[in-house]
Design a protein around this ligand. Structure first.
Ligand code: BTN
Length: 234
C-alpha cells in the first residue's frame, strides 16, 4: 500500500484530481485535516483533526466495470467491515453511507477523471468520524469514539484498503454479483419501509432487494422500481 500523507491540504480528492497524471493505481492520499473538504452534492465536508480523511486512486481495470458507481458501494462495504472489526455495529444505508445506531460516521465521495470521453481514473474519497468535535450535519452523525469504539486510524485505513483491493478483484472478474450477498448482509433495510429522495422526487416503498448491479429494488404495492441513484432518509 503506497500512502502519501499530509498534515493539512484543501482536500485529498482535489489533490488527487490535480496530480492524477503522476499518481499510480492504488495510491492512497491521507490528510490529518482538510481546509476545503468536499462532500456530496457540492457540500462542504468539515475535516478537523480527529477524523480519518483519505482518497484512493484507481486507474487500472476500470473498463472491466459495468458501472463505476459500484466502486463507491465497494468502499462502503470495506469501511463497514473494518469498523465492525474495530468493534462498531456498523451497517450500510444504500448506496454508500455507513452508519451505526442510526447515525452516519462515514461519507464517501467518488469522482471520475476523464480524458476526452475516456475514463482515466476514479478517485474514491472517504471521511470517517473518529473523535473530532465538529461533525457534518446533513444527516444525524456520530463518531466512533462516541460509540465507545477506539479505532486506530492506521489500523482502519489498512483494513479498509486491504478489503477494498480484495473485493475489487472480484468486482472486475464477476461484477457486483460477486459482492451482492455481503453487501445485502451489511444493508440493514432489506424488507423494511424506506423513504427515498431521487432528485426532486420523494418516494416511499419497501426495500425489496439489491440487484446484480448494486441497484435498489423498491417495492411500491405491486410495482417494483429499479433505483440507481438517490438518498435514503435516516
Ligand atoms: C459525503 O458527503 O457523505 C461524502 C464525504 C466525503 C468526504 C471525504 S474526506 C476525504 C475525501 N476528500 C474530500 O474532499 N472529500 C472526501
Amino acid at each position: 500500500m503506497n500512502v502519501i500523507s499530509f498534515d493539512i491540504i484543501p482536500s485529498t480528492n482535489e489533490y488527487c484530481a490535480r496530480n492524477i497524471s503522476s499518481l499510480t493505481h492504488g495510491d492512497v492520499i491521507t490528510a490529518r485535516r482538510q481546509s476545503a473538504g468536499r462532500g456530496r452534492k457540492s457540500r462542504k465536508w468539515s475535516s478537523e483533526e480527529g477524523g480519518l480523511y483519505f482518497s484512493l486512486v484507481l486507474k487500472e481495470g476500470l473498463s472491466l466495470l459495468k458501472s463505476p458507481g459500484t466502486l463507491t458501494q465497494l468502499m462502503a462495504l470495506a469501511v463497514c467491515k473494518a469498523a465492525r472489526r474495530a468493534g462498531a455495529e456498523a451497517y450500510i444505508k444504500w448506496p454508500n453511507d455507513v452508519l451505526a445506531q442510526g447515525r452516519k460516521f462515514c461519507g464517501i465521495l467518488s469522482e471520475a477523471v476523464f480524458e476526452g470521453q475516456a475514463l482515466k481514473a476514479v478517485i474514491v474519497g472517504v471521511g470517517i468520524n473518529l473523535s473530532q468535535k465538529e461533525l457534518n450535519s446533513d444527516k444525524p452523525a456520530v463518531t466512533l469514539a462516541e460509540l465507545g469504539v477506539k479505532a486506530d486510524a492506521e489500523f482502519l485505513l489498512k483494513e479498509i484498503i486491504d478489503n477494498f483491493n480484495f473485493n475489487f478483484e472480484l468486482l472486475k472478474r464477476d461484477g457486483f454479483e460477486a459482492l451482492r450477498s455481503s453487501y445485502k448482509e451489511a444493508f440493514l433495510y432489506l424488507g423494511k419501509p424506506v423513504k427515498m429522495h431521487i432528485f426532486e422526487e420523494t418516494v416511499q416503498g419497501t426495500a425489496e432487494d439489491i440487484d446484480a448491479e448494486g441497484r435498489l429494488i423498491l417495492r411500491q404495492g405491486k410495482t417494483l422500481r429499479v433505483i440507481n441513484i438517490g438518498d435514503m432518509d435516516f
